[in-house]
Design a protein around this ligand. Structure first.
Ligand SMILES: CC(C)(COP(=O)(O)OP(=O)(O)OC[C@H]1O[C@@H](n2cnc3c(N)ncnc32)[C@H](O)[C@@H]1OP(=O)(O)O)[C@@H](O)C(=O)NCCC(=O)NCCS
Length: 174
């Protein structure tokens, strides 16, 4: 099943789906939910978009008469070892949809969302070579996210920083 994907904007902040977005109780999950809600004290999606040119998407299950927010994703550029590289600032799946997909044996929603980001990065890499390397920071205790990223070929490339964030990188085939 395809997810309906729409661009996130300041106007989306008033959507009930965003106001109630919940992806878990762990500190990294709360940080992710507050990022999309633009709730202080966390860095926010809006700030990332306005300051760094990040693109943010909302992913819905759309049944025409009814739609529900499954999760969100984001993609931009950052500086790593003095080089510009593709960067995934945040990504999250609504708690109700975590560990779930469509039908037995199918991909999970988290797989579909990460596939979307990789596809966009591959497309951008054709004109912006920085996107050939895709990196992100994941909390050292966030095993589920680490496992998801590893499944898609991301590898840990450094030690955790003072905030217990670990860098992961994937080189894209273009
Ligand atoms: C991270 C997140 C997007 C993953 O989505 P999800 O639907 O929960 O993920 P899945 O259930 O598909 O699990 C992903 C992988 O982790 C594995 N996994 C699940 N629970 C696990 C656990 N407790 N420990 C280790 N691995 C685990 C799964 O087996 C799966 O791997 P597999 O497909 O090879 O079996 C989601 O949990 C989330 O939104 N978390 C809060 C926000 C967040 O952490 N964002 C990432 C910021 S870097």
């Amino acid at each position: 099943m395809e997810l309906a994907t729409v661009d996130f904007s300041r106007e989306n902040l008033s959507l009930p789906d965003i106001k109630d977005f919940d992806c878990g109780e762990e500190p990294w999950a709360r940080a992710a939910a507050n990022w999309i809600k633009s709730s202080p004290p966390f860095e926010s999606a809006l700030k990332s978009m306005e300051k760094h040119g990040t693109t943010v998407w909302l992913h819905f299950i759309d049944l025409g008469f009814y739609r529900e927010l499954v999760g969100f994703s984001s993609l931009g550029l950052t500086q790593r070892s003095r080089k510009q590289v593709g960067f995934i600032p945040q990504l999250a799946v609504n708690k109700l949809f975590q560990g779930k997909g469509v039908g037995a044996g199918d991909k999970h929603y988290s797989d579909l969302i990460l596939e979307h980001l990789i596809k966009v990065a591959q497309e951008r890499a054709k004109t912006e070579p920085a996107y050939k390397r895709l990196c992100l920071l994941v909390h050292a205790d966030n095993r589920k996210a680490q496992c998801l990223y590893a499944k898609f070929g991301f590898t840990i490339v450094g030690k955790q920083d003072a905030r217990a964030l670990v860098p992961m990188v994937k080189c894209l085939l273009t």
